[in-house]
Design a protein around this ligand. Structure first.
Ligand code: UD1
Length: 430
């Protein structure tokens, strides 16, 4: 397993090109299973999660053609997915356990082929991550669902049926799965309390281009009028607001100035508000934002994670790292996941002053400086938080278990090096 070595102390200056959004690419790639025509997706990031999903799709019989091209100032992938006839309707444990968003094959395969067997992904480091909303919603649409030997076995005699569904939580995953399933259902499906994340609007965009009839994008009530058939399209996915927010914190914590290119500021309103209150200047540009903390006196701010447009849970760890060296105290409350403070003990090993209260709240009292340490991360965003701490810590920080970062941050060391960080990957034999 590779490691990342960082020597802290360099303020970051320059430009960072933000990549295509992982959490948009994953459902959108699976939307291609809803048609037997080719679907071409542009701006796909080079990430191990994409490779894992591609491996699953190959196993289902999807033909995949990959091309590298320069788009929006940097190298991206354009991938064509074509599933004229699946060779399997089973998503095996070995694929799903590596990448839980593999569950996005559930809605499309069931809607188009009437049968699917999906290994249950189980929980992960940040929480139990149930799938009850996905499954009960499909049952409301007429599917017969059983859990057998760790698999969801779902069948439908004929087409799924439109239904009026109210989610008990505004789940991103369930919204994507049920939206995709509903496109080919008979009649109209209404989803109440749907997720409103920008990733959902992008999924709706491609589905409508494929011939679906979905109303209500960017609202919590989605109406899907089922159609008989969808067709192939070409679609460019949006850029990654979480990657952008992560590099925005890198500018802030190092008291540097970064121009983040390929960012839609409106997707980051809540994190930008917090950065500004912390004392950092954030200015929009034509295609991004400039984050400038050169003259900032950082002041701790409370953070409460919530469904979009609230503050994203996927930026909680990174902003907590920032609060560790800001003046004063900051209360960080995690409302989405029940176990998302695993970065706290590692930040404390670097000298942070944090008290966790129960599962949901932590008080961060700012310290003057952090000190380098070997640290271990437990999930993707926590890993980035430790990199951020390493960028300002005195001495040499080693972040272990880098495979988490490779799941979600494209060309991380290259992007950091290009703006002045002293960072390198230490390759370890497998
Ligand atoms: C997605 C993101 C993840 C992000 C999360 C919340 C992807 C691949 N992952 O995860 O990075 O942290 O959104 O923004 O896009 N819930 C249920 N029952 C269900 C489904 C969810 O109770 O059937 C609950 C969860 O326990 C959690 C909340 O709903 O408390 C949100 O989960 P959800 O939005 O589904 O997260 P994911 O789609 O898995």
């Amino acid at each position: 397993m590779d490691k990342i070595k960082i020597i802290g102390g360099n303020p970051l200056f320059g430009k960072v090109y933000i990549s295509g959004a992982k959490n948009t690419a994953l459902p959108i790639i699976c939307a291609g299973l809803l048609t037997d025509e080719p679907v071409t997706i542009q701006n796909i990031p080079f990430l191990s999660d994409i490779k894992s999903l591609n491996a699953l799709l190959l196993q289902l019989g999807t033909q995949i053609e990959e091309k590298t091209e320069e788009r929006n100032g940097h190298l991206t992938q354009t991938i064509t997915y074509h599933t004229p006839e699946p060779t399997s309707l089973i998503a095996p444990y070995d694929y799903v356990r590596k990448m839980r968003a593999s569950y996005y094959v559930l809605g499309p395969l069931l809607a188009k082929y009437g049968h699917v067997e999906l290994s249950l992904p189980g929980g992960c480091a940040i929480g139990a991550r149930p799938m009850d909303i996905h499954l009960t919603s499909l049952e409301q649409m007429g599917a017969h669902i059983e859990i057998k030997n760790g698999y969801v076995v779902a069948d439908t005699a004929g087409r799924l049926k439109g239904a009026h569904i109210t989610f008990h939580s505004a789940s991103v995953g369930a919204t994507c799965n049920i939206l995709m399933a509903a496109t080919l259902a008979e009649g109209t499906t209404v989803i109440e309390n749907a997720a409103k994340e920008p990733e959902i609007a992008d999924l709706i965009d491609i589905l409508n281009k494929m011939g679906a009839n979905i109303e209500g994008a960017n609202t919590s009530t989605l109406t899907v009028h089922g159609v008989d058939k969808l067709h192939g399209v070409t679609h460019e996915i949006i850029n990654d607001r979480i990657e952008a927010g992560s590099y925005a914190v890198a500018a802030a914590i190092t008291k540097g100035r970064l121009e983040l290119i390929n960012v839609r500021a409106e997707h980051l309103q809540s994190p930008i508000d917090i950065l500004r209150k912390t004392g950092v200047t954030v200015e929009p540009t034509d295609n991004g934002i400039i984050v400038d903390a050169q003259n900032a006196t950082l002041v701790g701010q409370d953070i409460y994670t919530d469904y979009y447009p609230g503050f994203p849970t996927d930026l909680q760890a990174q902003f907590m790292a920032l609060m560790c060296i800001a003046n004063g105290a900051a209360m960080v409350t995690e409302s989405i996941w029940e176990n998302r403070f695993m970065h706290v003990p590692e930040l404390m090993r670097m000298g942070a002053n944090i008290n966790v209260h129960g599962h949901a709240s932590a008080i961060v009292r700012g310290v003057d400086k952090l000190s380098a340490a070997p640290v271990m991360s437990t999930d993707l965003r926590a890993s980035f938080a430790l990199i951020l701490a390493g960028l300002v810590a005195e001495g040499e920080t080693i972040v272990n278990r880098v495979y988490h970062l490779d799941r979600g941050y494209e060309c991380l060391e290259e992007k950091f090096k290009a703006v002045g960080a002293n960072i390198e990957r230490i390759k370890e034999p497998d």
